[in-house]
Design a binder for this molecule. Structure first.
Ligand code: NAD
Ligand code: ZN
Length: 255
């Protein structure tokens, strides 16, 4: 059980923020039905990340990556949950200035968030690693639905890769730079659903903390970085964030 008072403290911090920034991970989408990587029902219990989610694995055998993606197919078209909507509402109120996400599922945008920094890219674009031709997701949706490994429509190569960051690949530089800047500017920094073990993403909360942000954690279990947080709320994001957004709304109405 989360203590009501801790949720209220977090709500008050966020309501008084001039520049709140959210940082999200796979846990925020768990209640939309997308499995996380680590933890109890994590994907890495079933798949080998070296094989299916690294750039060298992809170069060796793109089929393994695609079969992993086909297995997740239904999950990739999940709907945002109350946690995504609560963050979008806080942005609409002018409190949240940016959402930095490690997720590739685009659920923040679908919930209405405008300023979303996708540290690990998304499935919306694909690139041919051979001839560099760029594609939209829609160009390959039929092949994907038929569970066929996509082949470049220009050069015939099998190395057509969604613009997601695989293990062994650098993060998109401009996005990372903006995320660092937002973390520096944050007066309140809220981490939601991340184990904080994937670098360099996991460095951002430390940057925010060292620049003086008040730190809030919403996660179903403790993380390796719990000591940097002022308020820790252990539980489901889809239950906690709507409560926070309600408190913020009430406080704003009163003032
Ligand atoms: P992670 O899997 O390492 O950690 C997820 C954390 O969320 C865990 O600590 C877990 O306890 C917590 N959690 C689970 N359900 C929750 C809930 N309902 N409410 C609150 N917390 C909950 O995820 P990560 O830190 O994001 O790192 C994994 C990497 O995997 C990232 O790089 C990300 O790109 C990628 N990934 C993305 C998706 C997606 O796009 N939805 C899904 C899986 C993995
Ligand atoms: Zn090509």
């Amino acid at each position: 059980m989360i203590e009501r008072s801790s949720v209220e403290i977090a709500g008050r911090m966020i309501a008084n923020a001039k520049h709140a920034v959210f940082f999200t991970g796979a846990g925020i989408s768990a209640e939309s039905g997308i499995p996380t990587f680590r933890g109890e029902d994590g994907l890495w219990k079933k798949y080998d990340p070296e094989e299916v989610a690294s750039i060298w694995g992809f170069r060796r055998n793109p089929r393994a990556f695609w079969e992993f993606s086909f297995a997740l197919r239904n999950k990739l078209f999940a709907e945002p949950n109350p946690a995504h909507y609560a963050i979008a509402e806080l942005e609409e109120m002018g409190i949240v200035k940016a959402v930095i996400t490690q997720n590739i599922d685009m659920l923040h945008q679908r919930a209405g968030s405008k300023k979303v920094l996708e540290l690990h890219g998304s499935m919306s674009k694909l690139d041919c690693l051979e001839c560099k031709k760029e594609y939209d997701w829609g160009d390959y949706i039929e092949e994907f639905n038929r569970e066929e490994v996509p082949r470049c429509k220009v050069c015939g190569s099998w190395f057509v890769k969604p613009r997601v960051v695989l293990f062994g690949e650098p993060l998109p530089r401009d996005v990372l730079e903006q995320a660092i800047e937002e973390s520096r500017m944050a007066d309140v920094f809220v981490v939601v659903g991340s184990s904080l073990v994937v670098y360099p993403a996991a460095e951002l909360p430390y940057i925010a903390k060292s620049c003086g942000a008040k730190m809030i954690l919403v996660n179903s279990e403790p993380t390796v970085a719990d000591h940097i947080f002022d308020v820790k709320l252990y539980g489901k994001a889809g239950e906690i964030l709507p409560q926070i957004s309600k408190i913020v709304k009430e406080m704003k109405q009163k003032s």
